[in-house]
Write a protein that binds this ligand. Structure first.
Ligand SMILES: Nc1ncnc2c1ncn2[C@@H]1O[C@H](COP(=O)(O)OP(=O)(O)OP(=O)(O)O)[C@@H](O)[C@H]1O
Length: 269
């Protein structure tokens, strides 16, 4: 479905040259929920922007359903970290969610249906008439998720979407994303620097090295499909997996040798 091959990104300008991503190769299958985790500044946002066609790679390529990505591909939606900047403050919640549907050229009744359905899915059916600034941070991020869902994407790209909300809201939003993923069968690529979040959410975790970035390891998360914040996070297997990912990231920070990009077996139980 999503193929990233030999991706490299070097930023140049104002006399500075930063090799953010060196050589990234991985694939995400249709309907998979994959988390990308890596140290701060390792190029996660750069990678996601290249995947979403918002940034041109220096080398390598991204293909989505067999087509080379050279601009935002149809059927792809983004949710960014900064909900405060991603919603238009002068538009009511309903209008914010509807905007991309207008750009998609959908008729009024279909747009209304999709907006209502998406707001309902994120538990904000009553908030359509409010302005974003009248909502809490967590609610605003739900609106951003609703806007992405209403677009009916095949692929959802999420860049540290819960980094700016409090811990309880974050837990709720994590469960919301897993629930929506299971209900709607969307392909989700979720970037985070939070190891616990990556293991809790993902069916697979791709561990990135420090910048310039390569894939340090890929790990199948063999936790049950049904997860919940209490029992999953205290399960011995959760602890083993998070410890394993933590060790890999520490190794990445020390610059330890990386493994080939294939998927590794999870650590033995
Ligand atoms: N527009 C830009 N111009 C120049 N350098 C950039 C630009 N955007 C990012 N970089 C550099 O590329 C590297 C990777 O940045 P990026 O934001 O992709 O990392 P990240 O892993 O998402 O960071 P964080 O975890 O802190 O959000 C950093 O060294 C950063 O300074």
């Amino acid at each position: 479905m999503l193929d990233v091959r030999g991706l490299r990104k070097v930023y140049e300008g104002s006399g500075r040259r930063t090799e953010a991503v060196r050589d990234l190769t991985f694939t995400v299958g249709a309907g998979e929920l994959v988390c990308l985790v890596g140290p701060s500044g390792c190029g996660k946002t750069t990678l996601l922007k290249c995947v979403g066609g918002l940034l041109a790679p220096t080398a390598g390529e991204v293909t989505l359903a067999g087509r080379k990505v050279d601009g935002p591909p149809p059927g792809t939606a983004f949710v960014f970290q900064e909900y405060g900047r991603s919603l238009f403050p002068w538009m009511r919640v309903g209008a914010n969610v509807e905007l991309p549907l207008k750009q998609k050229g959908l008729g009024t009744s279909r747009r209304r249906e999709l907006v209502a359905d998406a707001l309902e899915s994120v538990g904000l059916a009553d908030a359509a008439g409010a302005y974003p600034w009248q909502l809490s941070g967590g609610m605003q991020q739900r609106v951003a998720i609703a806007r992405a869902l209403a677009y009916e994407p095949d692929v959802l790209l999420m860049d540290e979407p819960f980094a700016a909300v409090d811990a309880q809201t974050r837990a709720d939003l994590e469960d919301l994303v897993r629930g929506l993923w299971r209900e709607r069968g969307i392909t989700v690529l979720f970037v985070t620097h939070d190891i616990d979040e990556a293991v809790y959410l993902g069916e697979r975790v791709i561990v990135l090295s420090s910048s310039p970035t390569v894939v340090q390891e890929q790990l199948e998360v063999d936790l049950p499909l049904e997860r919940d914040q209490l029992s999953t996070r205290v399960a011995p297997r959760f602890a083993e997996l998070r410890t394993h990912v933590y060790e890999r990231i520490q190794a990445a920070k020390r610059g330890a040798a990386t493994r080939p990009a294939g998927t590794d077996a999870p650590p033995p139980r």
